[in-house]
Ligand binder design. Sequence first.
Ligand SMILES: [Zn+2]
Length: 878
Amino acid sequence: MRSIQPARGKFGGLVLQATALLCLIVGSVHAFAQAPVGIPRDLARLRAQQLKDIRYELSYTITPKADFIQGYEELRFVQNADDRGILPEWLDFREGSISSLTINGKPASTEIQNGHVELPARLLKLDENLVVIDFKAPVAPAGKAITRFEDKDDGSEYIYTLFVPMDADMAFPCFDQPDLKARFQLNVTAPQDWTVISNTDGHETTRENAGAAGQHRIEFSETKPISTYLFAFAVGPFKKVHDTPGLPGLYVRKSKLQKAEGEAASVQQITADGIKYLSDYFAQPFPFPKYDMVMIPGFAYGGMEHAGATFLREESILFRTAPTHSDRLNRDILLLHELTHQWFGDLVTMRWFDDLWLKEGFAQYMAYHALNSLKPNENVWKRFYQAIKPAAYAIDSTQGTTPIYQDIPNLKDAKSAYGAIVYSKAPGVIKQLAFVVGDEQFRDGLRLYLKEHAYANAEWNDLVRALERTSKKPLGPWADAWIKRRGMPQVDVIWTCDEKKLINHFSLSQRDVLGEGGIWSIGMEILMDTPHNGVWSIQTMFETQKMEFTRAIHFPCPTMVFANSKDYAYGRFLLDPVSRKAVVSQIAAVDDVFKRTLSWGSLWDSVREAELDPREYIDLALKNLPTETDESLAQSIIGRSITALHRYVSPEIRTQLAPKMEALAADQMLHSPSQDMRITWFRALRGVAETANARGQLKDMLSGKLTVPGVELRPLDRWNIVESLVAQNDPDAAAVLAAEEKRDPSGDGKKYAYMAKAARPDATTKKQYFDEYLHDTARPEDWIEISLGSFNWWNQSDLTLPYLAPALDALPQVKRERKIFFMLAWLNAFIGGQQSAAAQKQVHDFLNSADLDKDLRLKILEVVDELDRTVKIRGKYR
Ligand SMILES: [Zn+2]
């Protein structure tokens, strides 16, 4: 699965990028005599030893508008023979109810204790057991495993499941752990005009139990063995778009059918190309009987890779803002990421969520790898550096970081494992691994791993061993440092030249950014720019704290040295003062766009380390952006300049610089020869506009007096303008908002109006929204999520500071009730909305005093780092 990217496609605001211990005696019959809290890893290990051949036959009857669905389940499993005799089992089931339960034909208690149902030993047998259950499972707009979406455009209703990582047991009684793979046979009875999509193909049946009049029953063929979190179904008046033989199925809600038709062919084609490419690369055919994609509005993630039936956030596929070329490539990445999971995650699944990186890191890495082969002219590894590395380095230099392998003692804490470590650091480290072992050996290692664990589970050391076998290189120490230890190195280069203009000293040193004494084995390429002898690059391994790099001695004296050319290595690589000066003076003249991007990236790292005045960065951006032609590089420089403007420089300097950025944006928006750049500069203008003049231009765009040549603004472009005007208390804000609500009464329009109104700079609004965030269970989660940034608008920190402490107090509730990525969005919004030392003190006081789960503490430490930096940079350069 994948978080939502790009973050609302907008500039301004922050785009930043996650254990209770339970002591149990394993192996004893009485280990879990009481119903445990959550699913302890020890329970999971015990069950994995005891159980096999699990099959779920599930029949659901879906009634429109009901707050539950009716379920009937036949669960079959074999309990392994064991010298302890027949053991009792706990079946997992939360928040639903059971009306009858029989075990091997004998009635048993239907009581649910702590989210578990007991299967007593006296009713079980060795060999196959049959448990038959009638149950109800909850359905709600938010906070449950089965979500109802009401389409406000046409009144239709849609119901879909989302179980990862720990919610399958809210939809049916099961053994909810990834290493108890099972075969599922699903039947759904639903209104006649509703389509049902699941992991396998279904067909309509006319059996007498087909339900009441106006209903039909769909029976699906049995799945291959899959983990519980990969089982899924979606029900409602979905339509199949662009149904073409040879291309994967694509479904959309019926009110968006027309819009989807324009996008379907490219979505299906890149997926079909990806299936072919990955089947060859992995030497494994597509592992499931079919592949469909279902677009779900307001889906909590960018996508979720259910075996054979990926669910995608509709907004990530059908663009709500005028898209650029980069937006389309990011969509390709999302599609290829979910597709890779069909092998990495679904065919071979991690044994437990502590190895989450095994699926997420590889899906992320392989998505770029595949796109690089399918679209070789798109400079994909430069995009990887831009999209992946900043989030990884940002978290890995904070006290909130974790190793890539994360200890998860209980499934209820698995949500916290999702974040930049698995989505950004892991793919960065995998890129380094491929560089170290060699491309072919890397590919062959993956082939071996997938072949040996197909339709089963594996752990990280299984992969490392496979790569050791194919590369003949010992990788144990490498893996210990990169997988099991947290943090990262900062690599510094010191070099001098003699009077003959030849290098006479060149050394590398590394230090642990967190000061925890780590030394990493780093494969890297060092680049040297010389004035008369061109560009040199040398590849090397750097495995000690300090290294005299004698191979560079007697090279022509460089003007600039960069130790992470082509971004093979993972770590902080700042420019030395001489090189930084050279880069600053001639950055626009660097022809190679990847190199130029790396140079800009290194300068930004210097800003964040408080080594370069943020004002200097903005000045450099203002000077060089007019000639920058690479869209994604321009986007990143603009985004960072706006962050520097809104967070790092003083209000006085901002007041001087903002009009310059506004003027540049307005000019480029109108006159850039590239449509992608005009869209990028339109977003820049909206992100930076604060003077009356620039706000006037935004209003002219809403009224149609001013247009971006060749570009038609889409609904969210317009709503983002409205939001900005509302947030800045523009005198026309109320009128503009009312006009837009009238103009766009669609379901999306209502959601975006909710977002825009959260930006109102008044205390009553903030109070009302905050109460809703915590107490309104009917409000869809994605409405709340998109409004968090508006609530915490960058210039409203005085107004929102009173909510910082209550937002921190609410974390246990947020963790319990919300989907995976919500927690980080929440913290980034409430902590990221602040810039002051007073706010910083509040967060650190909270950390010192609160009795917090370890995972929550780490998340706060991760997010507060940006506030710490902001206060430090402001203090130094004010
Ligand atoms: Zn994923």
